[in-house]
Ligand binder design. Structure first.
Ligand code: HEC
Ligand code: HEC
Ligand code: HEC
Ligand code: HEC
Ligand code: HEC
Ligand code: HEC
Ligand code: HEC
Ligand code: HEC
Ligand code: HEC
Length: 350
């Protein structure tokens, strides 16, 4: 009896301690598997470390903001795959591996990004545009990548382009929240941005007058909404510049040669490259002998009898007269030949 009892006790003890161990390990793994254990230290605003130059760096992560982010439901260690517990906290001075591979979950973005100038030449990482702990959904107007905020986000590194753009007709419209004004990524793309010299770049010289600007300025729906017309694009294609551009002449003028790129302004703006006072300079870049009169000629005209412009009307009427003459001459000839044939056929009948 006694022996059996002793035996039982040892068995129960062993059983209990194994159970306890399993529980402990289970507890710890679930705890490190969510953010709470990490936040027990990093949720403290005063947690800092000193870097090699002696500067204090905050290691604080706001639980509230993190939980609200798109990544709020994933664990710290899902991104910080090299940090699985608190052992790094004791190894003062030893470098903690803080490398994070966003592409392990966002394969699609990562794949495109690998072809981008930002990866290949600049080596900037995802966090430069998106941030990291507090990434908000794309649709959130506060998101760093929301269309109206890109002027600042990209502008952190491309200050000159962003400054010019912010003051342009497009930038002003964008800042007012108009949906059809371009932002940086409308023209450049997002994850696959290439240098402008790359034929695959969305702003390569060969694409500017085919897609970059016409994607909006030849789109009936957008032009109707903003009460401008598709005429500039159509007339450009019929012009000597457009014809030689489409024929492959790289010296010919495309939209950007005359309008600029980031600082596009309406012709009424004295700072605009197409303001009447600046045209001599604008055209003069390629036509060094351009006189005032040369530059003053209307650029975007289409023959149209209802055209707003006198020249357009004249050319429109000339065209109408031409068509009338062609139809009457050829029609007359056909009529003459027909009656001639008819008479001969009737004459030949016995
Ligand atoms: C016991 C408190 C504590 C816990 C728990 C803790 N950390 Fe830390 N963590 C620290 C301290 C202290 C440092 C600074 C170490 C140093 O001085 O190099 C640090 C550093 C870091 C760094 C590196 C910062 C840098 O700039 O080098 C990262 C990333 C980090 N912790 C992530 C985590 C993650 C993820 C977890 C949860 C798995 C976690 N920590 C849990 C205290 C803690
Ligand atoms: C979406 C991925 C992601 C998640 C989730 C994430 N981190 Fe980070 N964390 C990063 C990136 C990226 C960095 C910057 C690394 C670098 O400098 O290259 C970073 C840096 C840090 C740093 C260094 C100080 C700083 O702010 O730059 C600490 C500390 C840290 N993380 C702790 C945490 C803690 C604690 C959690 C969980 C509450 C967490 N991280 C969750 C991506 C993440
Ligand atoms: C040059 C700035 C920039 C960089 C660098 C960048 N992104 Fe983006 N990303 C954006 C913009 C802008 C959008 C918003 C696109 C939109 O609204 O249609 C976006 C959208 C996303 C989306 C939403 C889905 C999608 O593709 O539209 C994910 C996910 C994403 N990025 C992940 C990443 C990852 C991962 C990296 C690094 C490999 C990265 N991004 C690097 C600017 C950037
Ligand atoms: C462990 C996997 C994982 C890692 C690593 C990760 N993410 Fe995410 N990310 C997600 C999930 C899950 C979502 C939410 C998807 C959804 O809501 O459709 C998300 C959403 C996003 C979105 C918002 C997409 C949208 O449509 O609004 C962006 C932007 C983003 N992540 C960027 C990043 C960046 C930048 C990093 C690196 C610092 C990163 N992610 C690392 C899993 C991850
Ligand atoms: C309407 C279309 C359009 C918009 C919007 C636009 N860009 Fe551009 N961008 C272009 C074109 C076209 C070029 C090529 C210019 C050339 O070939 O000379 C260019 C060139 C660039 C270059 C290279 C400049 C150089 O000289 O190397 C950078 C950087 C750039 N853009 C950044 C931006 C940023 C940042 C924004 C937003 C603030 C932006 N762009 C908005 C069309 C645009
Ligand atoms: C963290 C800094 C940084 C941010 C943020 C950034 N860029 Fe860049 N970008 C660079 C660097 C560096 C280069 C490479 C310059 C070089 O070596 O030619 C570059 C190159 C480019 C080029 C190619 C220039 C050329 O040669 O034609 C374009 C276009 C461009 N970026 C647009 C953008 C846009 C649009 C955004 C925002 C969505 C953005 N960048 C955000 C740093 C940045
Ligand atoms: C995303 C669409 C979009 C793209 C791409 C775009 N534009 Fe525009 N553009 C607009 C809208 C919308 C307006 C109307 C601005 C307003 O009145 O507020 C406009 C206005 C203009 C104006 C002034 C028109 C006027 O009557 O005042 C010029 C000039 C112009 N764009 C030239 C260009 C050139 C050149 C390009 C290519 C480098 C280009 N745009 C690319 C949408 C676009
Ligand atoms: C050879 C120079 C030149 C080229 C190339 C050119 N434009 Fe123009 N554009 C002008 C001038 C000058 C005006 C002023 C009004 C006029 O002459 O019709 C103008 C007017 C405009 C306007 C009306 C703006 C206003 O304020 O009156 C728009 C929109 C426009 N152009 C878009 C484009 C687009 C899109 C392209 C390319 C498909 C293009 N332009 C190519 C010189 C040019
Ligand atoms: C980027 C350079 C460039 C700019 C800017 C430019 N042109 Fe031209 N232009 C050319 C080239 C190249 C040709 C020859 C095209 C062909 O017929 O093969 C040409 C041809 C012409 C012609 C017909 C041939 C001739 O020499 O008489 C006229 C007229 C003309 N341009 C007017 C203008 C006006 C007006 C402007 C300013 C609003 C202007 N161009 C701006 C490059 C340019």
């Amino acid at each position: 009896m006694k022996i059996i009892h002793k035996y039982n006790c040892a068995g129960v003890c062993l059983y209990l301690s194994v159970l306890f161990l399993i529980m402990i390990s289970g507890l710890t793994s679930t705890a490190w598997g969510d953010s709470s254990m990490c936040l027990s230290c990093h949720g403290d605003k005063s947690l800092t470390k000193t870097d090699s130059r002696g500067n204090k760096i905050s290691l604080f992560v706001s639980e509230e903001e993190f939980k609200k982010s798109v990544h709020g439901s994933i664990a710290c260690s899902d991104c910080h795959t090299q940090i699985l517990d608190d052992s790094h906290a004791q190894k003062k001075g030893k470098k903690v591996d803080r490398k994070v591979d966003c592409g392990s979950c966002h394969e699609e973005s990562e794949k495109i990004y690998q072809t981008s100038v930002h990866r290949l030449k600049a080596e900037i990482s995802c966090k430069e545009c998106h941030g990291y702990h507090y990434v908000t959904p794309l649709s959130n107007p506060k998101s760093a990548t929301y269309r109206t905020n890109l002027v600042q986000t990209c502008g952190a590194c491309h200050g000159e382009e962003s400054k010019q753009f912010a003051e342009s007709v497009h930038g002003v419209g964008l800042s007012r929240g108009r949906p059809n004004h371009p932002t940086c990524t409308t023209c450049h793309g997002t994850h696959g941005i290439k240098p402008r010299s790359d034929p695959d770049s969305a702003v390569h010289e060969r694409k500017i007058a085919i897609t970059t600007c016409p994607q909006c300025h030849a789109a009936e729906q957008i032009t109707r909404e903003y009460r401008f017309t598709t005429k500039p694009v159509k007339s450009y294609y019929d012009s000597f510049h457009g014809l030689s551009y489409r024929g492959g002449d790289t010296f010919s003028a495309n939209c950007a040669s005359c309008h600029g790129v980031h600082d596009i302004r309406p012709s009424s703006d004295p700072k605009s490259m197409i303001h009447k006072d600046n045209l001599q300079k604008t055209c003069g870049a390629c036509h060094p002998k351009a006189s005032l009169n040369f530059a003053r000629g209307k650029i975007h005209t289409l023959p149209d009898i209802k055209g707003g412009d006198f020249g357009e009307k004249v050319v429109g009427w000339v065209r109408v007269t031409y068509i009338f003459l062609i139809v009457s001459v050829i029609g007359g000839m056909i009529f003459f030949n027909f009656t001639d044939w008819l008479r001969k056929t009737i004459d030949r009948k016995p």
